[in-house]
Design a binder for this molecule. Structure first.
Ligand code: SAM
Length: 323
């Protein structure tokens, strides 16, 4: 089955689908730095532009359309502006592509509180917009810590055009994770990640005592995460010192490296452009998704199509015929 990704970032959703056995045909992303990283990691077509400028009639048809659309407008951090906020309005751009492509499946990812935002109205609008187009939808909040040691709750929405496939689809059951934060954190890192020259060093030294946890710098204090998980990696973790995950390693106090953060999102390996600033690397990873969660959902989508006895190696059209 074929996939296209809107709001692709560095392609975490695409990677999850690819690992599950899907073929990615194209993606769209506006941010030039994210596009640079994307191109280093994937070969398929990447349209680098504002989604508003991408012609839905000129892109290749696919079986699955994915979108981890910008979550700021729906998160508490984004002041809960929802569809009144321009960043939220890009949701309606997705509909334009659904209408033109008529994919078998629409896969959406967003922050957990999308469902409760504006007393449930935002979610109602999303649901209705898909149902009006003949889709049946299921949604679930999944915590990444069911798959790896990061605490990250996100909502996943899967919409099916085919009722049989919809009925057969179940969200994946949580995995029993054996990985701990120590399996991801490297024993030491480059000098630039350490805090020994920081004006906060004394304070950090006093407050950080536990080697089995990841701390977070919250502008003026350090928060310990009791759960022995990596706290939710955020897009702003590389800027202004806020939210940076901190640890004590065998040398001293330091922040997690972008590569470690990528592993906490389940990327086996990610290639960043050599000249890409650290702040952009953190942002790209924080903005992305937990790849194994996506892979597990994508596998369940495949299973649902198998159960519904639908052809899966076709490119969109044949699949639609058999539905
Ligand atoms: C939450 S992130 C999604 C990240 C992606 N799922 C990943 O794995 O990296 C949203 C992305 O949408 C992009 N974006 C925001 N507005 C856009 C627009 N108008 N057109 C295209 N992309 C846009 C942002 O640059 C950002 O990379």
């Amino acid at each position: 089955m074929t996939v296209a990704g809107l709001f692709a970032g560095i392609g975490g959703i695409e990677l999850g689908f690819k690992k599950a056995g899907f073929e990615i045909l194209w993606a769209n992303e506006i941010d030039k730095n994210a596009c640079k990283t994307y191109r280093l990691n994937y070969q398929h077509t990447l349209y680098e532009c504002d989604i508003k400028e991408l012609n839905e009639k000129e892109v290749e048809k696919v079986d699955v359309l994915t979108a981890g659309f910008p979550c700021q407008a729906f998160s508490i951090a984004g002041y809960q502006k929802g569809f009144d906020d321009d960043r939220g309005n890009v949701y309606f751009e997705i509909l334009r592509f659904i209408d033109a492509i008529e994919p078998q499946v629409v896969f959406l990812e967003n922050v957990k509180n999308l469902k409760s935002h504006d007393k449930g109205n935002t979610f109602k609008v999303i649901k209705k917009s898909l149902e009006d187009r003949g889709y049946y939808i299921k949604d679930k909040v999944i915590n990444s810590c069911d798959y790896l040691p990061q605490n990250r709750e996100r909502i996943y929405i899967v919409a099916f055009k085919n009722k049989k496939a919809f009925d057969s689809f179940n969200f994946p059951k949580p995995k029993k994770i054996i990985q701990t934060i120590h399996d991801i954190i490297e024993p030491t890192a480059e000098d630039r990640f350490y805090y020994h020259n920081s004006k906060y060093y004394k304070q950090l030294k006093e407050e950080m005592k536990n080697r089995d946890t990841i701390y977070q710098w919250r502008r003026v204090y350090v928060r310990e995460n009791k759960s022995n998980l990596c706290p939710t990696l955020t897009a702003n973790m590389g800027t202004g010192g806020h939210n940076v995950p901190l640890i004590i390693d065998s040398k001293d106090i330091r922040k997690l490296t972008p590569d470690e953060c990528a592993k906490f999102q389940g990327f086996d390996e990610i290639i960043f452009p050599e000249d890409l600033a650290l702040s952009h690397r953190y942002k790209q990873i924080g903005n992305s998704v937990t790849v194994p969660v996506i892979e597990a959902i994508a596998k369940e989508i495949l299973k649902a199509f198998e159960c519904a006895n639908l052809s899966m190696n076709s490119k969109n059209v044949a699949l639609r015929k058999s539905a």
